[in-house]
Write a protein that binds this ligand. Structure first.
Ligand code: TMP
Length: 397
């Protein structure tokens, strides 16, 4: 049974930054009601409304993996792990974005799949074979005709964006060699529950995986997790190493059991956990509004740092407008001089001195807090204060 547990209200499409301030409408499909559900059979957490992929992932997609040092380092580190541990002849990445991972490989050994044409263009220009198409059985069959099998399939923060998970895994099984390895990484449901980071939910994040739910899903395809890593990226992610059950080249490590036991300890398999989470989210909203209102009452200025999709969820859920947070700043060219969807807060181009004009910073990119706080140390020393809503709204330094 699919049971809703969280209502994040009317939300715009998270990555649809506006060229000019605009009142969005439900009728025109610019706003939708963001509700989050738990499937009591499969233990899968998902949002209820599905936006067509073409509306979300097209030639205007603004998110670039290479925009943060943290992500670049994470992909470089992973490429070394993959080469050392699996030494693939051929690696395929589903959702290769701007090439942050594949550029660490030899061009002859990698295939990128990226439906956002603006991003696929970047890797194509650098002579990496890139299919600018959606991951599905059609595309997998096309690739199979040319390459037969792939040794390693990798996908970060992409499979959870695809509604039809059966098609996703069928397509993977078609291409993966018998002793091949599938590596996927996505935000961790356990970390989200522990950190009360409800901003993991937006239209692109159709699912939020737990190891429990992934295990259940893989079983249908005779696949299994044989290793796991906890990662700090995206506010806490899990990297799953997956193989065919019949492949005896790899033993299932203890890390898999430890993670599943931890998730059971936190009762991720029970609906009541999500009801509690939902209560905490309401409390978080109240507290954040209270903090921002108090700052504004004292005539102090607030800027948002990192115009993330996550921030779009928070601002729209908490009804935060430009009277509270006057501007955002971001380094992504596609976001600069645009407006936060649904909130009409302008995104200013980042420069080293931008924070000097503000008293407080709301951390939209809280998942990069270490990197950002290190970078902005001189302003913090002069009295600038950062606010994060994770795990509960407070000042940080
Ligand atoms: P993400 O949380 O969805 O990965 O997005 C991070 C956003 O934050 C992205 O738009 C880039 C932006 N950002 C900055 O503007 N400055 C920074 O120092 C970092 C780390 C990120």
């Amino acid at each position: 049974m699919i049971k809703p547990f969280l209502n994040l209200g009317l939300q715009p499409l998270a990555n649809e930054y506006q060229k000019s301030p605009k009142k969005l409408s439900i009728k025109k499909g610019q706003l939708y009601n963001l509700k989050v559900c738990f499937n009591t059979n499969t233990k899968l957490v998902s949002i209820s409304k599905r936006i067509p992929s073409e509306k979300m992932f097209n030639s205007k997609y603004p998110y670039r993996s290479s925009m943060s040092l943290t992500m670049k380092a994470s992909f470089k580190n992973l490429s070394q792990i993959i080469k050392k541990r699996f030494n693939p002849n051929l690696l395929l990445e589903i959702g290769s974005n701007d090439g942050a991972l594949i550029k660490n490989f030899n061009k002859d050994n990698v295939i990128g799949v990226e439906p956002c044409k603006n991003l696929a263009q970047i890797t194509k220009k650098n002579n990496f074979l890139t299919y600018d198409d959606y991951w599905n059985l059609n595309l997998a069959s096309k690739i199979k005709k040319k390459f037969k099998f792939v040794d390693v399939i990798y996908s970060a923060n992409t499979l959870t964006h695809i509604s039809d998970l059966n098609d996703v895994f069928k397509s993977i099984c078609l291409l993966l060699s018998d002793d091949g390895v599938l590596i996927i990484e996505d935000p961790s449901l356990l970390e989200c529950v522990k950190k009360n980071s409800y901003d993991q939910f937006y239209n692109e994040h159709i699912y939020l995986f737990s190891a429990i739910a992934v295990n259940y899903l893989l079983n249908k395809f005779n696949l299994e997790i044989f290793d796991l890593e906890n990662l700090p990226t995206h506010g806490g992610s899990l990297r799953y190493y997956i193989k065919r059950k019949k492949n005896k080249n790899f033993k299932v490590t203890n890390r898999v059991n430890i993670q599943i036991k931890k998730e059971i300890f936190y009762e991720l398999h029970k609906f009541k956990t999500y009801k509690k989470f939902s209560n905490n989210v309401s409390k978080s909203k109240k507290k954040l509004i209270q903090i921002l209102n108090k700052i504004k009452k004292n005539n102090k200025s607030i800027i948002g740092y990192g115009a993330t999709a996550k921030a779009v969820t928070v601002l729209n859920y908490c009804n935060i407008n430009k009277d509270l947070i006057s501007n955002f700043t971001d380094t992504t060219p596609e976001k600069i001089n645009n407006y936060i969807p649904g909130r009409n807060i302008k995104i200013l181009k980042y420069n080293k001195n931008i924070l000097k004009n503000y008293d407080y910073v709301f951390l939209g990119a809280w998942n990069f807090s270490k990197e950002i706080i290190k970078k902005e140390k001189k302003f913090i020393k002069k009295g600038l204060k950062f606010i994060s809503h994770v795990p509960f709204p407070k000042f940080i330094n």
